[in-house]
Design a protein around this ligand. Structure first.
Ligand code: ATP
Length: 650
């Protein structure tokens, strides 16, 4: 409370009521965030900015949030920034009156185009001083840029970027350029933004003439713990609302209503047509761990199908959409699912959201086919008559039906409602096979049945108590048992290539080995876990070289957490996710994944990593988190205390 009271949201705002927020105010907050690694401070800076906005210019809160998370709209809209480096270099060189060669040379030395833009004072004579940038101008220009497509778009994009750069002062150019590159790289995670929004709304309730100053806060919350409790409750509420309705354009207006917090969850729950981040499962090392976890709780086992997650929405007006795990719209990829929906809904169904796995299916043998077969289907769009790999939809959850959200119901209830309203249709739609097993022997038999049936293993889920659907959470109420674990393997990891070494010998001409990283959610940074050179066919190596070369960045040590001893020949912007298997995990003096958790300085590394496949359904930020890497390390059956610090096997 004391800290919050030191900031006066009106006097310290840097702008006045009725004035559109200068971009410099926001850029200065981003600068302060970049200078600290303390999450507490980061949230404090943002909270104060948002408090000022709530009091002085509430309509701009949405804009400020989007600029902080570097998005132009909801994450499922698909309009991304991430402008190619050559356009940005050209815009910087033209707006500052330097040659492209000069900027490129400087980039090699400095490694950050944003810093170059910030430091380059324009040498062009300017007749008129351009007006100061506002947050509104910046976001609307970003939106225009993201909307531009086609051949002529490059020049238009460059002109728009130059217009912004010419108006930049102080540190503005740094953040404009970084935003356009697609990543602010200031260690700001979206969850800190959400936390700050919740905190700001709590201490500066909208539509009241003054915010709660220190004196009022103290009289309202007699003890600091009371405030902490209220804050925790508010944060949970806001996070839950956002997980169900991941759209700030809808969430923020509700928060800005008088007493909006009180009615938040009633007004911001699941909406058909707006995809939610799916609920995810925790890995286990086997059946006994499951039984320990679910002791005295009712649970159920389901086949874990090996396909692609498909969240199917049907709105009241009959519009059907299919979204991936990543909230990408794959409706065009699955015209067969669209065609089949009327065959598996019953007449009373008007709208729904089903959580399913789309699995390759052989109609002749009536058997499930592997993920590899599914991945031969066209990725983006296909005509019905060109489909060579049919899919069967295996539904395992129903989140919404006929205007009503079901996420707060028990899984048992959701299943019942699903069965009443959806009917199985051979080779097209089926409920995920389940068995409410209770002991080891039963689970073992069901697991073997799943594996024989071409499934990856089992999902074990709470059935009654603590069984509500938790969008976007990796929940301990969903556990996965994969056949790999039983064979003594670790779970696979989903990692991001951030660097590469030139190939030698047979691999001359392509990158021969890659540096892979996990993602740290708290610091919003990529941390290395292994060098990998195994599991790649020649074709794959060629295609990765072609795909990643346009994403080379000059010097990434300031962006990624990398030990000085690791010296790849090239660095890449994080753009792909690869699934990788490893023999096991060990503490490493070289890699930084999860560093500071198991050991004060060392990180965790994968031993004997092997490439499995690309994960196009994951964004780099959906890669295995450093927390998960640590968890996997701890879960290993081997006694880690005896494991001498392993040398990097690579
Ligand atoms: P994660 O995102 O958890 O790392 P992943 O996408 O790599 O996961 P897994 O960890 O292997 O996948 O398992 C979770 C996935 O399993 C789900 O996202 C879903 O696509 C799939 N799945 C298959 N069958 C089921 C089921 N019965 N219940 C829930 N998910 C299932």
């Amino acid at each position: 409370l004391k800290v919050l009271a030191q900031y006066d949201p009106i006097k310290d705002a840097g702008f006045t009521k009725g004035q559109t927020i200068p971009y410099l105010v926001l850029a200065k907050v981003l600068e302060k965030i970049e200078e600290t690694s303390s999450r507490l401070l980061i949230v404090e800076y943002l909270t104060n900015l948002f408090r000022s906005i709530i009091l002085l210019s509430p309509n701009e809160l949405i804009t400020a949030i989007y600029l902080c998370i570097n998005k132009t709209g909801p994450s499922y809209g698909g309009k991304e920034l991430g402008i190619g480096e050559s356009i940005l270099i050209k815009a910087v060189s033209e707006s500052t009156g330097r040659t492209m060669e000069f900027v490129k040379q400087e980039l090699k030395e400095v490694g950050d185009l944003g810093i170059i833009a910030q430091n380059s004072r324009s040498t062009q004579p300017q007749m008129f001083q351009p007006p100061p940038l506002t947050c509104q101008t910046v976001i609307s220009t970003f939106r225009q840029i993201a909307d531009l497509t086609g051949n002529a778009s490059q020049k238009k994009k460059r002109d728009l970027i130059m217009k912004l750069l010419i108006s930049c002062k102080d540190c503005e150019a740094l953040y404009v350029i970084r935003s356009l590159q697609g990543k602010l790289r200031i260690g700001l995670a979206e969850r800190s933004v959400l936390l700050a929004v919740a905190k700001a709304v709590l201490v500066t309730p909208p539509n009241q003439s003054v915010c709660l100053d220190a004196r009022r806060l103290k009289s309202l919350y007699k003890a600091p713990e009371e405030f902490e409790e209220k804050l925790l409750e508010t944060t949970k509420k806001v996070t839950r609302a956002y997980s169900q309705l991941p759209n700030y354009d809808l969430l923020v207006p509700q928060l800005l209503k008088e007493n909006g917090l009180e009615s938040l969850l009633e007004n911001c729950s699941l909406k058909v047509g707006i995809p939610v981040k799916p609920m995810l499962a925790q890995p286990t090392t086997g059946i006994s761990q499951v039984l320990d976890r679910f002791e005295n709780m009712e649970f159920t086992c389901e086949f874990k199908y090996d396909g692609e997650r498909a969240q199917i929405h049907m709105t009241e007006d009959g519009k059907i959409s299919v979204y991936t795990r990543n909230l990408e719209d794959y409706t065009q990829k699955y015209p067969d699912i669209l065609q089949n929906v009327p065959k598996f809904i019953t007449p009373g169904v008007k709208s729904f959201i089903l959580d399913c796995e789309a699995v390759a299916f052989d109609p002749q043998t009536q058997k499930i086919m592997s993920f590899q077969v599914l991945s031969t289907r066209a990725r983006k769009s296909v005509q019905l008559d060109q489909i060579k790999v049919p899919v069967c939809v295996f539904a395992f959850d129903l989140l919404f039906l006929n205007g009503k959200s079901l996420v707060d119901e028990t899984l048992q209830k959701r299943r019942e409602v699903m069965k009443e309203n959806f009917q199985e249709a051979s080779g097209i739609f089926s409920y995920a096979k389940f068995n409410n097993c209770t002991d080891i022997a039963e689970i073992q038999i069901f697991l073997e049945e799943a594996i024989t049936g071409n499934c990856e293993g089992l999902m074990v889920k709470t059935l009654t108590e603590k069984s509500m659907y938790e969008p976007s959470r990796r929940s301990y109420n969903w556990l996965k048992i994969k056949k790999d674990y039983l064979q003594g393997m670790t779970d696979s990891l989903d990692l991001v290539p951030i660097g590469a070494w030139y190939g030698k010998g047979k691999r001359t001409g392509v990158y021969g080995a890659y540096l892979l990283a996990c993602y740290d959610e708290d610091s919003d940074e990529f941390q290395t876990v292994c060098k990998i050179g195994t599991g790649f066919s020649d074709e794959l190596l060629t295609s990765f070289t072609e795909a990643l070369t346009p994403h080379i960045i000059p010097n990434a040590r300031s962006i990624f957490r990398v030990n000085d001893q690791l010296k790849p020949d090239l660095w890449f912007n994080p753009i792909q996710v690869w699934e990788v298997k490893a023999a096991d995990l060990s503490v490493s003096p070289i890699h930084t994944g999860g560093s500071g958790i198991v050991d004060p300085v060392k990180g965790i590394a994968l031993r004997f990593p092997r490439f499995v496949r690309v994960r196009p359904d994951k964004n780099p930020e959906d890669a295995t988190s450093s927390e998960q890497v640590v968890e996997m390390y701890k879960n290993q059956k081997i006694n880690n205390t005896n494991t001498a610090t392993a040398k990097d096997e690579d």
